[in-house]
Design a protein around this ligand. Structure first.
Ligand SMILES: [Zn+2]
Length: 611
């Protein structure tokens, strides 16, 4: 795989998610369907394929990959779409591309993690220690079904259980180290990182294992231990349980965020399936971005102790920057969400989620509390922090309800015993300071769409001629015979053209005719879909006649002649005689092509008019 930003985006952003934000999608077999946003659609014509990562509309022909979708839906060009998506995926546009070696290492790490997940699971099921670990999990209230669903495992109480099995499986020690599975002490002795622990595999959104978390089963001081940050794992990106919760989140448009894996597992077991957990870190911008794509409301649950409240403060700030409804649930002191749901049931839990405090309200109460309980200095700090917070949130577009805003101003005025006008002035000042700080620009991106890359080296005149011809060919099979020769001649220039031509030829051969929808049905990758989209756009609402088709075919053939002439001229001037033609055969060929081209253009009545 290539390492361009485009490839990273295509690898990390799901087209179904992005399309799902604009269109209500329903599953139909292996694909999703919905009303096409690009034409006036009354019965679902848009299909989105999670396997092929493309979208296409059988009716208007819009289609391509996720980047193309953003281009069309947000009316931006390719580079802007790339920048929008890179920002969402947390990809730095100016990242230096990783080399192939690093990519190969990631692949190996991924394989060793998948192997380790199976190894831990097998330990849990088949060893005496594992059976005790499972017993412990059950003691915590985790059912066998959840042990299975979350693929819980057991790391043996041994220094080299994983290491020795891995060696026997032929895995490379260096890779195991890079995967965070083994570690080396100061005496250069290598041993298993996870020992005597109940293992929670941590997966990415696609369900691929990227790390592990382990709860000690002995008296290890570290109650919970996670994999270190690796090439595949960053705790500021990964949300535990997202692979399993994703569907429930997109269906309910709400995500419940808890702080630990046991909470996530137990809530899921109780029937709160839209639950994810952060991994020993406050909610980050990256987490928020992931969730905002899937949900309209984020409910964050925190333990009811001081640490929990502080975590809530930070999480609220982050979440509110992302234009999403954020509510905060703080459990009673000493309780975590799992205790609550096991003690009082899922309905009680859902009802506290429903009546949870809005994030802004929560942040306000915390400020007010700090204000009332501190001296002058502390009061000033609390208010300044709050003003800055409000400025940040508004700048990010997160607080655009005028009623909320008005209330906020009034409350601040009351608390500070100043006028509402002064509060507004303070807010404006904070906002101005912040926007000065954050006025960065998006770096230039020198990349092209998959289709543009395919046609990069083809003369622009030929690209437009070919696309136009494909446009006519797509609109109806009636005049296919007129265009066939030119299409198959042009098709050799690049892969998407060749494949679209093959699809047309095959349909004609087998059925004698085709409709646009038939052709689109056969297009199964982004390059092809984009070609179809371009071709259809290029001819617009033209009424397709045999003459128009013939003219377009002539233009493409003439462009091909021009290319051939250029290459023959190159051959001639490359000869060693220095001046004039020295190769008779080449010269004759050149004349022949030139004549052919002249005939084509001469026979073409609409040459100037239709350009
Ligand atoms: Zn459409």
């Amino acid at each position: 795989m290539n390492n361009s930003i485009k490839d990273k985006i295509l690898a990390s952003i799901d087209v179904v998610e992005i399309v799902g934000e604009h269109v209500s999608l329903t599953r139909k077999g292996r694909e999703f369907v919905g009303l096409c946003p690009f034409h006036d659609d009354h019965r679902p014509s848009l299909s989105v394929s999670p396997q092929k990562q493309i979208f296409k509309c059988w009716s208007c022909g819009a289609g391509g990959d996720v980047i193309k979708f953003v281009q069309l839906s947000q009316r931006v060009d390719f580079k802007e779409a790339l920048a929008i998506l890179a920002k969402r995926a947390g990809i730095e546009p100016n990242n230096r591309p990783r080399d192939d070696q690093a990519a190969a290492m990631r692949e190996q790490i991924s394989r060793s993690l998948a192997w380790a997940r199976t190894h831990f699971q097998r330990n849990l099921q088949q060893t005496p220690g594992g059976r005790q670990a499972a017993e412990y999990a059950r003691g915590r209230g985790i059912s066998d079904a959840m042990i299975e669903r979350f693929a819980l495992g057991f790391a043996a109480d041994d220094w080299d259980d994983l290491l020795s099995h891995a060696r026997r499986a032929g895995l490379d020690e260096n890779v195991l180290g890079q995967a965070g599975l083994i570690t080396t002490n100061e005496n250069n002795k290598t041993y298993d990182r996870f020992r005597n622990r109940l293992i929670f595999p941590i997966n990415d959104a696609m369900g691929r294992c990227v790390a592990f978390g382990g709860r000690t089963l002995g008296d290890d001081q570290a109650k919970y231990l996670n994999s270190p940050e690796t090439a595949l794992f960053s705790k500021s990106r990964v949300l535990y349980g997202l692979d399993l919760a994703r569907k429930a989140i997109t269906t309910s448009r709400e995500a419940v965020v808890v702080e630990g894996y046991t909470d996530a597992v137990l809530l899921s077991q109780a029937g709160v399936q839209n639950v994810v957990a952060t991994l020993g870190t406050a909610l980050t911008d990256m987490h928020a971005k992931t969730l905002v794509r899937l949900a309209d409301r984020i409910a964050m649950c925190f333990d009811g102790d001081e640490a929990g409240l502080r975590a809530a403060d930070r999480a609220v700030e982050t979440a509110l920057r992302h234009r999403v409804e954020v509510v905060v649930v703080v459990m009673d002191d000493g309780q975590d969400p799992a205790d609550f749901v096991m003690g009082r049931g899922v309905e009680a839990f859902k009802s506290i989620l429903q009546s949870a405090t809005g994030a802004l309200e929560f942040r306000w109460c915390r400020t007010e509390e700090a204000f009332r309980s501190s001296g002058q200095r502390g009061q000033r700090d609390a208010v300044e922090a709050f003003l800055r917070f409000v400025a940040q949130v508004t700048l990010a577009g997160g607080l655009n309800d005028p009623i909320d805003h008005g209330q906020l101003v009034n409350r601040l005025a009351e608390l500070l015993t100043i006028s509402a006008g002064d509060v507004v002035a303070l807010l404006v000042k904070n906002k101005a300071a912040l926007s000065r700080e954050s006025s960065g620009t998006i770096p230039e991106i020198a990349e092209m769409s998959i289709y543009d890359e395919a046609v990069r080296d083809i003369p622009p005149g030929m690209v437009s001629a070919a696309e136009e011809l494909f446009g006519f060919a797509l609109s109806s099979s009636e005049h296919f015979a007129v265009m066939e020769e030119a299409l198959s001649a042009g098709a050799q220039q690049c892969d998407p053209w060749r494949r679209l031509d093959e699809i047309l030829e095959e349909l004609v051969e087998h059925r004698g005719q085709y409709t646009k929808a038939d052709v689109i049905d056969h297009c199964n990758d982004a390059g092809l879909c984009e070609l179809v989209d371009r071709a259809i756009r290029r001819i617009g609402a033209s009424v397709v006649t045999a003459e128009l088709c013939q003219a377009a075919a002539g233009r493409l053939l003439a462009e091909l002649d021009l290319l051939r002439m250029k290459s023959l001229r190159g051959d001639l001037s490359g000869g060693d005689c220095g001046r004039g033609p020295c190769d008779k055969e080449t010269f004759d060929a050149l004349c022949e092509v030139a004549r052919h081209r002249h005939d084509l253009l001469g026979a073409e009545p609409h040459w100037k008019a239709s350009r």
